[in-house]
Design a binder for this molecule. Sequence first.
Ligand SMILES: [Zn+2]
Length: 342
Amino acid sequence: MIGAACSGSTGSPGGDTASPASSHPPVTSSTTTTSTTTTSSTTTSTTTLAPPAPPAFDRRGVLANGQTNGVVVTDTGWVLPVFGGIDGGWRVWTPCARVADVTHGRYVDTVDVVLDPGHGGPTEPGASAPDGTTEAELNLEIARRTAGALETMGYSVVLTRSDDVRVPIATRAEIARALHPKAFISIHLNAGTNARSATPGTELYYQLESPESRRLGGLIYVETTRVLAKHDIGWVSLTDAGAMSRPNRQGTDYYGVLRRPVPVVSVLAELAYISNRAEAELLSSSFVQNEVAAAIARGFDRWVNTDELGSGFTDDPIFRGYGPSGAGFTTDCTDPVLDRTP
Ligand SMILES: [Zn+2]
C-alpha cells in the first residue's frame, strides 16, 4: 500500500504547515529540587522554571510544536513536555496534546536519545502480522530493548510511550523538542508489499535538509540490515529499499516524526515487514529483538563517535505518494490520569 505507510503522517493536506512557535519560555534554571516523601513512592519536585506563556496553536487548533522546555516524568510514567513552572508544579503538554497542570514528578531537562515506539492504543495499532500481533506491540518491545542497549553504553534515553497507549505525532515530536536530544529515533515495522527478496526490505528515512540525519540513517541502516540479513528467511522488499528521504507536496519531510521535531536530528526506521509471516515470526523472537536493538544502538554510537557516512542510500526512491497516512490527528485520544495525589 504505497502512499499509506504505517508511520507518522502529514495530517490533513495543507493543514499542517503552521510555523512552530518561536518563543520558548525561558528556563531560568535546570536545577530540580527533589524531596521524596516517606509514605509513598511519589516524588514531589519543585523547580525554578519561568511561568508558562499562553500556549500557541496551529491552524487546525493543535498545539504548535516548539514551545516547551524539558519534560516532567510523572510517577505513573508519563513523559510530559513542560510549558513552564506554576505554583507547586508545572504546566504541561499532555499525551493527547492538551494543556494541563501537574504537581508530582521528576523534571528532566535533556537526554541523549528520544526513542519513539510507533503507534499504540486501541485506535492506532499500526500494521499487523498474519497472526494478529500488532506493529505497536513489537515497536515497543524493540524500543525498550534499544533503550537498554543505549543505557548500557552510557547514554540517557527517554521513550515517547512506555505502554500500549495512543500518543499523537505532535506529542512525540514535542517530547523530542523539549528534551533537545542528540537524536530522535522512531521505530516502526512496515507493511504493503509481498515482493520476494533475498535481503531485508529495511527502509530508513532521514530528514531532507539534514546531512546529520542522513548520516545517522545510513549508519543505522548498515547495522540493522547486517543483523537481519544473517537470518535466512523469505524476506519481502520494495526494489528501492535503503536509506532515503520522502518529501511531501510542500517539499518538506512527508513524515510528521521527521518534520515536526526539526531542528532535532531525527530518523524513522521501518525495520522489516510485519505483514510478512516469516518476518513477523522472526521479529517476535526476543533474541532477534535484542539483536536489532543492539544494532540500532551501535548505529547511533557510530554516529556520535565517528564521521562515517553510513551506506545503503537510495538516491532516487520510488514515488510513495503524498496522501495522509492517518496517524497525524489528535482527536480520538483519551488522556491518562497524569498525576497521582499522595
Ligand atoms: Zn508504523
